[in-house]
Design a protein around this ligand. Sequence first.
Ligand code: HEC
Length: 140
Amino acid sequence: MVKLPVRVGGLLLGLAMSCGTVLGHGDVQPQPVDTTGLDSLGTEWKDKNPYLGNARAIEIGTSGYAQNCARCHGLQMISGGLAPDLRYLPTGKEGDEIFIERMRHGAVINGVTKMPVFDGIISQEALWSIRSYLESKHEE
Ligand code: HEC
């Protein structure tokens, strides 16, 4: 069962008020994600999603995404055009590699941070959970 993110109301408000600013300088406040119930992964980055298809990871990733990514990539991954629509990210290892690259380096375009780095800010467990959620919503 997918739990409705508790913060959706606040998030929408935040979206309306801060999206321009957020995109301007990439200054976001990452939200902690509770990963209780998942195997720990250690500090070394895995090269592919260790939680692929894991129902608990998808559940955790659903709210992790809503809290940390939706303001730019769109609620429920439906992008309003501010940032790429992540439903079309490739599946499997190809998509995992793009994902890892972004988590580690974010996106800096012409010296402006368009997407912050999440590696070291949000746990690897939480990030792979978000990846599991993305892949569960994949579209061709
Ligand atoms: C402040 C806005 C912002 C936030 C927050 C943000 N992103 Fe992004 N993201 C972007 C932008 C803008 C791009 C496109 C950068 C480019 O064109 O190179 C991007 C690109 C990506 C890509 C590459 C997409 C592709 O098709 O190549 C992935 C994957 C991604 N983001 C995942 C995430 C995840 C997962 C989160 C949450 C943990 C997140 N992003 C949070 C703005 C954001």
